[in-house]
Design a protein around this ligand. Structure first.
Ligand code: FE2
Ligand code: FE2
Length: 245
């Protein structure tokens, strides 16, 4: 299903419920009746075209409209990325952590060790994800927004040129590790080695959450690597070329 301006939001969710957290990132919550995508975007003051590119690229990997997405202001893209970070750190991770703790509590005493292993692994992962996001928010985003602002207001000073030479988004791109990969190991640990517990629905629910988080993170990284980085590289290139001495 390709979502268009006239698509009813409720139909979009019936078609793929994984879109729900993406909608939340645009400030859209449940209870939207028969409202269409265009109407909700107007109501929430969301850029309709940007919204369509984001949801459609989430639904269909082959649709990924790099060139179109790169037309949007960097601030819009960075804002969207930041809202995804909030979703991971403030909602998803604490929720999964709570579920893993519940699982540990339910585990029979002779098997506690295996469940503790999962807890430790998750704690490690949480740290990695936090560091990954912190670096983006504290180092990368401020740089992008600063360069973007100077570029569009046509105030490229020597300091800006120096900053581009020093920082360069390619450095971020080269170091950008796949935080999703470790989730695979965690899922594998649960799938292959978790001892049985009376309430198997909880372990299934944890796995479902991990699969969904992994998918969401994959989409997120794609936007960072395929939209944010190339767009920024193009701006850096222009700044450097027009300021050669
Ligand atoms: Fe990120
Ligand atoms: Fe990232």
């Amino acid at each position: 299903m390709n979502i268009k301006a006239g698509t009813k939001l409720s139909d979009a969710i019936h078609n793929n419920y994984l879109l729900l957290p993406i909608l939340n990132r645009f400030g859209i919550q449940l209870g939207f009746g028969d409202i269409t995508v265009e109407q909700i975007c107007e109501k929430q003051e969301v850029n309709l075209k940007f919204f369509l590119e984001i949801v459609n690229s989430f639904l269909d990997k082959n649709y990924f409209p790099e060139a179109e997405l790169q037309n949007f202001p960097l601030k819009l893209i960075v804002d969207y990325i930041k809202r995804s970070h909030v979703f991971y750190l403030d909602f998803k991770m604490p929720q999964i952590e709570q579920m893993i703790n519940n699982l540990y509590e339910l585990a029979p005493s002779e098997n506690k060790k295996s469940f503790q292993l999962i807890r430790n692994f998750f704690a490690e992962y949480k740290k990695d994800l936090f560091n990954h996001i912190e670096k983006e928010e504290k180092e990368v985003h401020p740089y992008i927004l600063k360069i973007d602002q100077a570029y569009y207001s046509n105030t490229i000073t020597g300091d800006i040129v120096e900053l581009v030479n020093k920082e360069s988004i390619s450095k971020y791109a080269d170091d950008h590790d796949n935080v999703e990969d470790k989730l695979y190991d965690l899922k594998n640990l649960i799938i292959k080695y978790l001892p049985p517990i009376p309430d198997y629905t909880l372990s299934n629910a944890i796995l479902f959450e991990l699969f969904r988080l992994e998918r969401d993170l994959n989409d997120h990284s794609r936007i960072e690597e395929k939209v944010l980085v190339p767009k920024m590289q193009a701006i850096e290139k222009q700044i450097l070329e027009s300021n050669e001495y």
